[in-house]
Design a protein around this ligand. Structure first.
Ligand SMILES: Cc1cc2nc3c(=O)[nH]c(=O)nc-3n(C[C@H](O)[C@H](O)[C@H](O)COP(=O)(O)OP(=O)(O)OC[C@H]3O[C@@H](n4cnc5c(N)ncnc54)[C@H](O)[C@@H]3O)c2cc1C
Length: 283
């Protein structure tokens, strides 16, 4: 099928883009970034936006840089930018390990990090990264700029704190300390499919015990999130099989797993334990 008719806008600056959004947001005006989620749903007429505000000509949104201990990822930075480490140390390696699980190569050359975060699919790998590392989302509109913490940003399946007239201009991730260990494990039925469940973990070792654990789970609930009970089960313990098993069991017990036509909630809850344990073993 072909999309329903729409008006196309191609601003050259962020100011122009947010001014256009202010005018068209009320008539279902949408931002077009990589188009890898929006265009298919328009082609199926599941979405019929009256206006598209294409941000691909805005040069400043291609910025990917380190600022004050944070990695700033501009709205037009594609998934493929992360195929090689974009920062020294564990953060660059973590992003490079995660990106290869996102869709397929051609999609990664077009789709954007910020587009994934704005789209907020429960099984988006970048949303899990933002939630686990407590990323910050920078939202800009004609009314001004605000910074939204990840825990407040993700609000439900494909639902975020972004207002209709707001452009997500960048996502900021904290640079990880050089001795941070990380592990990422996802389960999907075929390579390139969305995850049924996935876990991202980071921790440091101090005097042989686990410090600053972060355990994030995605794909299992409407939004990815850190699982405090699993982190508590890990903190202060030696990184051994017993500790990993305890944290995995705590993660599994804490999630309110989603159910769909092919995957029961019980199966998904069980899978959360497995992906958490495997991510910890990797770390
Ligand atoms: C076959 C297939 C498999 C896929 N598998 C995966 C996968 O395994 N994991 C995964 O995470 N993704 C997957 N995707 C989705 C892909 O990663 C998309 O690139 C991503 O979800 C959206 O990014 P985009 O830049 O293409 O956004 P678009 O498609 O352009 O936009 C998506 C939505 O976000 C809004 N939006 C985009 N950018 C902004 C912004 N800066 N500010 C405000 N709103 C914005 C748009 O208005 C739209 O509503 C898959 C897609 C396909 C087609």
């Amino acid at each position: 099928m072909k999309p329903a008719p729409f008006r196309y806008h191609a601003p050259k600056t962020v100011e122009e883009a947010v001014a256009t959004l202010a005018q068209v947001a009320g008539e279902d005006g949408r931002v077009l970034a990589g188009g890898q989620s929006l265009v298919p749903i328009m082609a199926f007429r599941l979405a019929r936006p009256a206006h598209l505000v294409d941000i691909n000509n805005i040069e400043s949104l291609g910025r990917l840089a380190l600022d004050d201990g944070k990695l700033s990822i501009g709205a037009c930075v594609r998934h493929a930018a992360f195929h090689r480490p974009v920062a020294e140390g564990p953060l660059g390696k973590l992003l490079a390990a995660v990106v290869r699980h996102i869709a397929h190569y051609p999609i990664r050359t077009r789709g954007t990090f910020c587009g994934s975060v704005a789209h907020a699919d429960p099984a988006s790998e970048w949303c899990l990264v933002a939630a686990t590392l407590d990323g910050e989302m920078v939202a800009r509109s004609a009314r001004g700029t605000r910074v939204i913490a990840a825990k407040d940003f993700f609000q439900g399946i494909m639902t975020t704190a972004l207002a209709e007239d707001e452009l997500l201009t960048e996502v900021r991730l904290p640079i990880l300390a050089a001795d941070t260990r990380f592990g990422f494990y996802e389960f999907s039925r075929r390579a390139g499919d969305f995850a049924i469940a996935m876990a991202l973990v980071t921790f440091r070792l101090q005097n042989g015990v686990i410090a600053e654990p972060r355990i994030g789970v995605g794909g299992a609930e409407p939004c990815p999130r850190r699982i405090a009970q699993a982190e508590a089960a890990l903190a202060g313990r030696a990184p051994d099989a017993e500790a990993f098993k305890a944290a995995a069991a705590a993660a599994s017990a804490a999630v309110d797993a989603m159910e769909d036509a092919t995957t029961s909630a019980d199966y998904r809850r069980d899978l959360v334990g497995t992906v958490t344990r495997r991510a910890l073993e990797q770390a």
